[in-house]
Design a binder for this molecule. Structure first.
Ligand code: JCK
Length: 249
């Protein structure tokens, strides 16, 4: 997978050099290109914002630098990636909520590009321009119902959630299966050595070596945790599967 990120704070994406994502890049599983939006400015001050039409607080990102960034992405023509044009993902508070299902959708894309807005957002005409330049493949995505100062944090989160789904990035692919949100349930509790720690023990079933009993216990823990912390997930699952939302009465 290729990922391009355009930002006025390219150093914000430095964490993508670390840990699993950094290793995936070094192993050629992920081809990351980070661009400074200001490289597409032409004035002495490398200006990327201006006052909003209609008034209001703050500044809005001007369209021209973004249009030149989109033109670059559309012209790269990296034949290594099917279609040679990316899906453009623009983080924004008004976007479609990012979730594990969308992580899987994005992980199936050969090439993603992220546009990190700042200030009060990007001139709306850029979205239309990008849709024309990229065959309509533009998606506005929100991390959640709270307000950040820009798109970079969202790109870090989305990139991590997507990249870990790529074959070979996470060492043990089996660990991706019983995770929160993969099947509508939260994850089970985990324990490690020592077996007794500051007067606290480990559930005996986990020390029993009875893998069937352990699997049953873990599933029950997932149901109980989901019922306690995220009953909405159980109700949604019941609505889809028609089963009892609380089978652990
Ligand atoms: N993903 C994600 C996000 C973001 C996010 C993502 C990208 C940008 C670029 C700029 N901002 C700041 C901002 C702040 C307020 C507003 C609303 N204003 C009302 C009147 C005119 C705009 C618009 C943007 C961003 C915020 N916030 N929360 C998420 N889950």
């Amino acid at each position: 997978m290729r990922i391009d990120v355009v930002s006025i704070f390219p150093e914000y994406l430095a964490p993508l050099d670390l840990s699993l994502i950094g290793r995936a890049r070094r192993e050629g599983l992920l081809d990351l290109h980070v661009h400074d939006l200001r490289s597409w400015t032409t004035d002495r001050h490398r200006t990327v914002d201006d006052t909003p039409y209609g008034g209001g607080a703050g500044m809005v990102m001007t369209p021209e630098p973004w249009a030149q960034a989109v033109d670059h992405l559309a012209s790269v023509g990296d034949r290594s990636y099917a279609g040679a044009r990316p899906l453009l993902v623009v983080p924004g508070p008004g976007g479609r909520r990012f979730d594990q299902a969308m992580a899987h959708e994005l992980a199936a894309e050969p090439w993603l590009a992220f546009a990190c807005g700042r200030y009060e957002g990007i001139d709306e005409r850029v979205y239309d321009y990008a849709a024309e330049a990229l065959d309509g493949r533009v998606r506005v995505v929100s991390l959640g119902d709270y307000v950040l100062n820009g798109g970079e944090v969202a790109v870090l989160a989305i990139t991590e959630a997507v990249a870990r789904l790529l074959p070979g990035v996470v060492g043990n692919a089996a660990s991706l299966v019983e995770e929160s949100h993969e099947d509508g349930l939260l994850e089970y509790p985990v324990y490690t050595k020592p077996a007794s720690w500051r007067g606290r023990g480990v559930p005996p079933v986990l020390l029993s070596g009875d893998h069937g009993a352990i699997a049953t216990w873990r599933h029950r823990q997932r149901l109980e945790r989901t019922a306690a912390r995220r009953p909405d997930l159980l109700e949604a699952s019941a609505a889809v599967n028609g089963d009892d939302p609380l089978p652990i009465r």
